[in-house]
Design a binder for this molecule. Structure first.
Ligand code: OAD
Length: 245
């Protein structure tokens, strides 16, 4: 952990920290990651439940699958990783760009969260994608309709769909003074490409117990810890360092 200090030398109160998070940050809250379970996501092949083709083929199955994810989300809680990331806001300007569709960053106290892959607790019209609604409880039924009369789908990005927030996320990363990457395998694009949007002199700290491909990145420090431990230790050090300097 001491070796992260050189990365903090230029950090001052008010500096902009951009957090890029993935499924690993929510793993210790009890939500499964995507690639740690023989390629299955909660016992399903992702192409069976998370593609536009899956929705065309069997919308009931897809709706049921996401209803179950939503139900599970309502039963879990933010962990120390979410909470300590929120604590960074005491000193820094923090933006969390997450690939996660859960709302655990918000419930952990983060006030500025951009969801790249959508939000599980929202539904969207299948006719007009600008019509987005909060889901009351865990279930979207096939009988519910948007105000234009069409079926509602989960407000998430499926494989093969555009990522509407990617440009906003890229400009957020470009403005970072420090990039903190937590719990993502960096294997899904365009999200993984965001790391290359940071200027080359910006420090990048990765917290993930797995092996990650960081080729092409300079100034990278990989903390091989689970999110709760790695984030907590790092954030406490960062806050302490600001007090002492
Ligand atoms: P992955 O499942 O690909 O990667 C999870 C990462 O979390 C891996 O690098 C693990 O080593 C790490 N990990 C596991 N447990 C951890 C823990 N307790 N603390 C910290 N890290 C841990 O998930 P993502 O990279 O988020 O997209 O996947 C990206 C996208 O692929 C998802 O947003 C989703 C998926 O398909 C869509 O649904 C469009």
């Amino acid at each position: 952990m001491n070796s992260v200090f050189p990365y903090m030398r230029n950090l001052r109160p008010g500096c902009r920290i951009v957090v890029l998070s993935g499924a690993g940050v929510s793993q210790e809250s009890g939500l499964a990651t995507f690639r740690d379970n023989n390629g299955l996501w909660e016992e399903h092949d992702v192409y069976e439940v998370a593609t536009p083709e899956a929705w065309s083929r069997n919308p009931e199955l897809v709706q049921r699958f996401y209803n179950a994810r939503r139900k599970q989300l309502l039963e879990v809680f933010p962990n120390d990783a979410h909470k300590y990331l929120a604590k960074l806001e005491e000193v820094f300007e923090v933006v969390v760009v997450t690939q996660n569709v859960d709302d655990l960053h918000e419930r952990g106290g983060s006030s500025n969260v951009v969801h790249l892959h959508g939000e599980l607790r929202k539904s969207r019209s299948t006719l007009d994608e600008s019509l987005v609604y909060d889901v009351d409880g865990w279930e979207i039924t096939m009988e519910e309709r948007c105000e234009k009369g069409s079926v509602l789908r989960p407000h998430v990005v499926w494989f093969g769909e555009m990522v509407p927030m990617i440009e906003e996320a890229a400009s957020i990363v470009q403005s970072a003074d420090l990039l903190l990457v937590v719990g993502t395998s960096l294997s899904v694009y365009p999200a993984a490409g965001l790391l290359h949007e940071a200027s080359s002199d910006v420090p990048v700290i990765l917290i993930d117990p797995g092996e990650l491909n960081t080729s092409g990145l300079r100034n990278v420090h990989h903390i091989r810890e689970k999110a709760t431990v790695g984030v907590k230790n790092l954030v406490l050090k960062m806050l302490e360092y600001q007090k002492d300097s």
